[in-house]
Design a protein around this ligand. Structure first.
Ligand SMILES: *Cc1c(COP(=O)(O)O)cnc(C)c1O
Length: 382
């Protein structure tokens, strides 16, 4: 049985044009971009720098030198947070984040806390939004960094990053933003957002898994991050190791296309998602759409069904590839930390479905999914 794939926030397929752009760099143009003493190496270097420029342009960065290629948003987040906390001329030991961040931020922050940093984790309201004024109020003279995500992977809720950076910069504090869920769904522009550090992931926007980047704003005084891994000093000393040229090219191609198709894709996704939620609301009284009162990604729907066991619901829908909301529900299902932070009771927070649409999703798939979910909810409620 072919399940209908509605889990695009977990990962997306590579766009065929992305694969095509990557292919030459696996074999014909295999040289090491760091081997600039010979022609093939210089060609590879040129290709890497072209990809860097494309990535920079796709997020409105002023210079390609602001882009550090990484293996994905997890690594970018680790590099940004650990790198800033351990920066040689750091001004303090206090870090700020908020409760619905991805584990690749929260876990790093928790480790830094055990290593002696002070950590403030701000809560969110019922819609999943963090209050920029609460962030401003948490800033101390020794605050090093604020990290707030652009859009949440479970609910799609979009945080008020511009207001946060404004408050932070007024107090001289650096802002990092995990923007893994942004490209292809909403505009991601570092000029508008004002952030100093921004994490990107290729496989969330039709690029290859294992590709990503960290944007590091050029400013005075310069941000001096500490590298996670040492070696040959690649990527301006921030990420040693032979660059993954196919991945960099794939990321660049994916981001370029995400930008080119943004208006069309996000309008399509939004219409399909709204249609899905309407159909479901019509047939399942009492359901809760989490985060619906906040700005949201156009492709994401996070739904809870009071009175229905979430685990049983998931188990009865093998024909739908959807997520249970919480990331690792396989072995022992846990309540979603994101939904708990939004104030949902534990029972509801462990029974949510996350439906995330992609650019290949069809109206027929959406109709079928809404019908099947409603069917099983009614069956389980009896
Ligand atoms: C997927 C995701 C990540 C991790 O990205 P990888 O490239 O898989 O490491 C980090 N943050 C958010 C918000 C994500 O959705």
């Amino acid at each position: 049985m072919n399940a209908i794939y509605l889990d695009f926030n977990a990962t997306t397929p590579c766009d065929p044009r992305v694969v095509e752009a990557m292919l030459p760099f696996f074999s014909a143009e295999f040289a090491n971009p760091a081997s600039r003493q010979h022609g093939p190496g210089r060609a590879a270097f040129m290709a890497l720098e072209k990809a860097r420029k494309t990535v920079a342009q796709s997020i409105g960065a002023r210079s390609a030198t602001e882009i550090i290629f990484t293996s994905g948003a997890t690594e970018s987040n680790n590099l940004a947070l650990t790198g800033m906390a351990n920066a040689p001329d750091t001004r303090g030991r206090h870090l700020i984040t908020q409760a619905t961040e991805h584990p690749a931020v929260l876990e790093v922050m928790t480790r830094l806390k055990t290593q002696g940093w002070d950590l403030t984790v701000l809560g969110v309201d019922r819609e999943g939004l963090v209050d920029p004024e609460a962030i401003a109020g948490a800033i101390r003279p020794d605050t090093v960094l604020i990290s707030v995500m652009l859009a949440n992977n479970e609910t799609g809720v979009i945080q008020p990053i511009e207001e946060i950076t404004e408050a932070a910069h007024a107090r001289g504090v650096i802002v990092h933003c995990d923007a893994a869920q942004g490209p292809g769904k909403i505009p991601v522009n570092v000029g508008d957002l004002g952030v100093d550090l921004l994490s990107l992931s290729g496989h969330k926007c039709y690029g290859p898994k294992g590709s990503g980047a960290l944007y590091v704003r050029r400013k005075t005084p310069a941000l001096k991050l500490q590298a996670l891994q040492l070696g040959g000093g690649h990527e301006q000393g921030l990420r040693s190791g032979t660059p993954n040229l196919p991945a960099a090219v794939g990321l660049a191609t994916a981001l370029e296309q995400a930008g080119d198709q943004l208006n069309e894709t996000s309008a399509n996704l939004g219409a399909l998602r709204d249609d899905f939620e309407q159909k479901l609301t019509d047939s399942v009284p009492g359901l809760i759409i989490n985060g619906a009162g906040a700005p949201r990604l156009p492709n994401t729907s996070n739904v809870t069904f009071p009175g229905v066991d979430g685990e049983a619901l998931m188990a009865s829908l093998p024909d739908l590839a959807v997520s249970s909301g919480s990331a690792c529900a396989s072995a022992h299902p846990q309540a979603s930390q994101v939904l708990l932070a939004m104030g949902l009771p534990k029972k509801l927070a462990s029974g949510a479905l996350r439906i995330s649409l992609g650019k290949t999703t069809t109206p027929e798939e959406i109709q079928l999914a809404a019908r099947r979910i409603a069917q099983e909810v009614h069956r389980l409620r009896i």
